[in-house]
Design a protein. Sequence first.
Length: 181
Amino acid sequence: MRLRPVHQADYAWLYSIECDPTIGVWWRWGGSTPSPEQFAQALWQNVLLQLVVTSMDDSEVVGVVNAHNADFVSGFAHLGLLATPEYREYGVLFDGLALIIDFLFSNWPLRKLYAEVAEYSLSSFGNSLSKFALTEAVYREKIYRMGRYWDQHVLVLDRDHWVDISTDLMPFVLGTSGEHR
C-alpha cells in the first residue's frame, strides 16, 4: 500500500464510500446522507493529516486514514480509517495505518494516538489490532445501529510501544529488509 494526499478529485469517491448503504450506516454519518457541501466541510474539520491509501501496483484507492482532534499541549491525536468493502476484511489498511502512525510519531510531539472503534468493527481488524494498541476504555452500548446498541472501544497506542514494535514492523510494511530509518 501507498499513501498520498487527498485531492479534491477524491471527494466524489470519499462521499460515495461514506454514504454507501452497506458502509455508511456503520460510519460517521450513521446512515444519513449529508449534502456534498456539508460533506466537504466536515472532511477537513479538526484534521491534522488525511491521506488516501492506494495499492502499489495500480494506484487503486482502497481507503483513507487520518489523524484528527490533535491536542499538542497534552500530546495526543485520534486516528480514523475507512476501507472500501472489497478490502475491508483483508486488513490492507494496516499498512496505511502503520505508515501514518510512523509519520505522526516522527514529526509531531505526540505521546498517544487514540482510536474509537465500534464493537461491530473490531472483527475487521482481527488479532492485528492487539499488536498496535491497548483497550483503554469501553463505553457500553454507546452506539445504536441496525436495531441494536453496540459498545464503543477506546484504543490507545503510545509512542514508547510504537518505537518498540516499529523496528520489526516497518520493514515488513515497507517491503524492505530494514533500511527504514
